[in-house]
Write a protein that binds this ligand. Structure first.
Ligand SMILES: O=C(O)CCC(=O)C(=O)O
Ligand SMILES: [Fe+2]
Length: 350
């Protein structure tokens, strides 16, 4: 069992001066059902996607066609998993190999000292294996764990398909001739995609402390940008997600358990030569209710060479990033703290 050293818990709390973020007034919204209805609807949806990716790197997807019943089953199964004893969670989902980022973890995010009031499951979901949960050797999964694994497989496949619809709209919105430029990477049999299931336990004492003029706020997941091409998030109806606007101001995102939220990731910022913005975001802990979120991260294959797409640099235009492989980027990113600007090592200077 992981025990936090003295003083570590305090690091999760933000100072009291850290004000509550105001809600984002107009969350950009894209209705996939409209996008599927004729060329005009599609063109309008593609334009809306591109505009949202340029302004915020973030938007909401409605009309996605993922059955509400599947979303509810995943949410309930995740809640049941996190309700297991600490020992059972650690035994059931311990990382397959030492040093691997995959498996169950509590409070520690990555290997560089980042802490948050969160526990999570991180699972690799390449298109080739189709299955996120590879059970470590020697671990005998219980029947309930097997059905959780099957459910997450089912969810991943449905969400991966929906993600590809969104990626096609992005390519169209950018005016690209090759509409499959992004989907090809996420559908590649070696695509480095992941599924993360997060659980943020409530902290009722925060309310009391705030009423008495102190206490600050508690970080669930510290600020960061997502490394991959795209992240597709679904949460229960509990608030907590916040994004940084262009001017650096933080705003909270009103929760919507019927929709998905899309983040542009670092790899997409590179491919679009900075036209799409990899959105900085974080999660704050709710005082009263647990937050459960499930995020599909669509990534390229490790050997893929990433660089701004020529069509998006334009003739005589300046490429803002040098060429690098996804493997190279990840090796560099995993050495840094969560909040680091991980793309600065790959920027061109001239
Ligand atoms: O749990 C959330 O709502 C978002 C967490 C997040 O940003 C991540 O897992 O990368
Ligand atoms: Fe994230």
């Amino acid at each position: 069992m992981v025990v936090l050293a003295k003083g570590e818990l305090e690091q999760i709390a933000l100072p009291a001066v850290h004000k509550t973020a105001p809600p984002l007034a107009d969350v950009p919204e894209v209705d996939l059902a409209v996008a599927g209805r004729g060329s005009e609807g599609r063109a309008a949806a593609a334009r809306a996607v591109a505009a949202a990716c340029e302004e915020h790197g973030f938007f909401k997807v409605t009309g996605h066609g993922v059955p509400a019943e599947l979303l509810a089953r995943v949410e309930n199964a995740a809640a049941a998993f996190f309700a297991l004893s600490q020992r059972d969670k650690e035994a059931a989902m311990s990382a397959a190999t030492p040093g691997s980022p995959f498996g169950y973890a509590s409070k520690r995010i990555g290997n560089n000292g980042d802490l948050g009031w969160v526990e999570y499951l991180l699972l690799g979901v390449t298109a080739a294996t189709g299955g996120p949960l590879s059970v470590p050797e020697g671990v005998v999964p219980s029947a309930s764990l097997c059905s959780f694994r099957d459910l997450l497989n089912e969810y991943t496949e449905v969400v991966r398909r929906m993600t590809c619809q969104v990626l096609e709209l992005m390519a169209e919105g950018l005016g690209m001739d090759d509409r499959d430029a992004f989907t090809r990477l996420v559908l590649h049999k070696e695509s480095d995609s992941m599924l993360r299931v997060n659980h943020y336990p409530p902290r009722p004492e925060l309310k009391l402390l705030q009423q008495h003029g102190g206490g600050g706020r508690v970080t669930g997941f510290g600020e960061h940008t997502d490394p991959q091409i795209i992240s597709v998030l679904r949460s229960n109806a509990t608030s907590g997600l916040e994004i940084a606007l262009r001017d650096g101001a933080w705003v909270s995102v009103p929760p919507d358990h019927t929709s998905f939220f899309v983040n542009v990731g670092d790899a997409l910022q590179v491919l679009t030569n900075g036209r799409f913005r990899s959105v900085r975001h974080r999660v704050m802990v709710n005082s009263a209710r647990p937050r459960v979120s499930v995020i599909f991260f669509g990534g390229p294959p490790p050997r893929e060479t990433l660089a701004p797409l020529p069509q998006l640099v334009g003739e005589g235009g300046r490429s803002r990033y040098r060429e690098f492989t996804w493997r190279e980027y990840k090796a560099s990113a995993y050495r840094t703290k969560l909040a680091a600007n991980r793309l600065c090592h790959f920027e061109t200077t001239s």
